[in-house]
Design a binder for this molecule. Structure first.
Ligand code: HEM
Length: 496
């Protein structure tokens, strides 16, 4: 009896010893991971296993970043799981990293979520030679299919006519413009990439736009962050992260189907769009080895997602701000009436004669700040920034919020004020305005986005006055996914 009792006691004790040993081992391993290299940027002390996660509000990361910069300075360090992150703030240092030391920070970091969805392919998340070849090809093909040319402008003017018709059909009643705007903007990149636009009543395409919206929201969620920190655990746990992968699977299937259709009726001597041009490139004997079908799928998918979400989110912010500030909207309308009138479509040539409207479009982009911490970069070599040591493989976040809301750069950073971009009634360029980022890896669609924003916005304000529905207050609250977008809202559009 005594022997039995001793044996049970011994077993319990040895289990405890093993557990204590294991916990100590994990703590030491975790502690070792969190030891900062010499002269590493300062930052909050990482907690065991949690790293700096408690210092970040995942629903408002740009606000956390601003607070941490106030405390630790313009370059500070964070840690989540195995990942070391350095956040860079302020115009001078952000330009130093993106432009002057651009080649040291040109890569994108890998993450379990991104790996599962995008692999290392396409335009946005690829690195090295694959990225170089895909980016160069995409830029020259976008140019061949109209970027910077009259034909693309006409395409956007035609699409804005469809958009106006759809909004007019709402007859001044409250409606949520989200998916009409999404559809219109998406049609521009779709016609360049896939050779087709999609009708606003095409239920399959509408479903796809909803899928994209949901996938991008889930990508910014806590579930996705948890998957990145502990993929081996999250893989087996149920949760919305599985829905995220499923939705991306459906989006890929949509693009794959379009590629298959293109292969059937491809005529190498008459490329109709990006996909045809890519098939031509693949068929060349001397083309780089990265031109294969999976890269075609991912480059086309990247153009579709980057070209749809960003510009349409900015336009949705734009209509919201116009309804919140009717005086500003009226001034835009007065300028449109005197420069363009009501009988023709706005064109890019008008922009130089419309400093106020141009300033409003810029101010919408500044204050809506849709990619507040930029798209992350990865350090390719050990380097020094602001005197701090940044080791190879550190994730770099260049805080665009710190530029777009800098009190030393903007007279009233937190106020919607088109005057930020005006001087003596003329349009004024501002150095701290970098919503498309800068350097070799800056936004590939900047010119397209600027053309779309000016023409769509001006065409809508030319035709309608946007107002809050009776007895409803419009909110500037946002939600965060891959971009910062307004909470769903309803608005009334009255024909002028
Ligand atoms: C208001 C609209 C837009 C904004 C604010 C925006 C902003 C950005 C930003 C901040 C980046 C990251 C740049 C960096 O890492 O330094 C980016 C990358 C990118 N954007 Fe845009 N973008 C917009 C519209 C577009 C459009 C219309 C396209 C379609 C062609 C596009 C395609 C891309 C691509 C392919 C990349 C990845 C570039 C690379 O990694 O080399 N963007 N964009």
């Amino acid at each position: 009896m005594l022997l039995q009792l001793l044996s049970v006691l011994w077993e319990a004790l040895s289990l405890q010893v093993v557990l204590v040993f294991l916990a100590t081992f994990l703590l030491i391993a975790d502690y070792k991971k969190q030891i900062r290299p010499r002269n590493y940027p300062p930052g909050p002390r990482p907690l065991p296993f949690l790293g700096s996660t408690l210092h970040l509000d995942f629903k408002k990361p740009q606000i956390s970043a601003q607070k941490l910069a106030e405390k630790y300075g313009n370059v500070f360090g964070l840690q989540t799981g195995n990942i070391r992150i350095v956040v860079v703030n302020g115009l001078h240092l952000v330009k130093e990293a993106l432009v002057h030391q651009g080649e040291y920070f040109v890569d994108r970091p890998k993450s379990p979520v991104l790996d599962k969805i995008f692999g290392s392919l396409g335009l946005v998340f690829s690195n090295g030679l694959i990225w170089k070849h895909q980016r160069r090809f995409a830029l020259s093909t976008l140019r061949n299919f109209g970027l910077g040319k009259r034909s693309l402008e006409e395409r956007i003017q035609e699409e804005s006519r469809y958009l106006k018709e759809a909004i007019e059909a709402e007859k001044g009643q409250p409606f949520d413009p989200h998916f009409q705007i999404n559809n219109a903007v998406s049609n521009i990149i779709c016609s360049i990439t896939f050779g087709d636009r999609f009708d606003y009543h095409d239920s399959r395409f509408q479903k796809l736009l909803h899928l994209l919206d949901e996938a991008l929201l889930l990508q910014g969620s806590l579930w996705s962050i948890l998957y990145d920190i502990i993929p081996s655990v999250m893989k087996y746990l149920p949760g919305p992260h599985h829905t995220l992968f499923k939705k991306w699977g459906q989006l890929k299937y949509f693009v794959r189907e379009i590629i298959e259709k293109h292969k059937e009726d491809w005529n190498p001597s008459e490329p109709r769009d990006f996909i045809d041009a890519y098939l031509n490139e693949m068929a060349k004997e001397d083309s780089a080895s990265s031109f294969h079908e999976e890269n075609l799928l991912h480059s086309a998918l990247d153009l579709f997602l980057a070209g749809t979400e960003t510009t349409s989110t900015t336009l949705r912010w734009g209509l919201l701000y116009m309804a919140i500030y009717p005086d500003i909207q009226a001034k835009v309308q007065a300028e449109i009436d005197s420069v363009i009138g009501q009988s023709r479509q706005p064109a890019m040539d008008d922009r130089d004669r419309m400093p106020y409207t141009n300033a409003v479009v810029h101010e919408i982009q500044r204050i809506s700040n849709i990619i507040p911490l930029n798209v992350p970069r990865l350090t390719t070599k050990d380097t020094t920034l602001a005197g701090f040591h940044i080791p190879k493989d550190t994730v770099l976040l260049t805080n665009l919020t710190s530029l777009l809301f800098d009190e030393d750069e903007w007279e009233t950073p937190n106020v919607f004020n088109p005057g930020h971009f005006l001087e003596n009634g003329q349009f004024r360029k501002r150095e701290a305005f970098l919503p498309f980022s800068a350097g070799k890896r800056a936004c590939l669609g900047e010119q397209l986005a600027r053309t779309e924003l000016f023409i769509f916005f001006t065409a809508l304000i030319q035709k309608f006055t946007f107002q809050a529905p009776k007895n409803e207050t419009l909110s500037r609250e946002f939600r965060i996914g891959l971009t910062v977008s307004p909470l769903p809202y309803r608005i009334c559009a009255f024909s002028r």
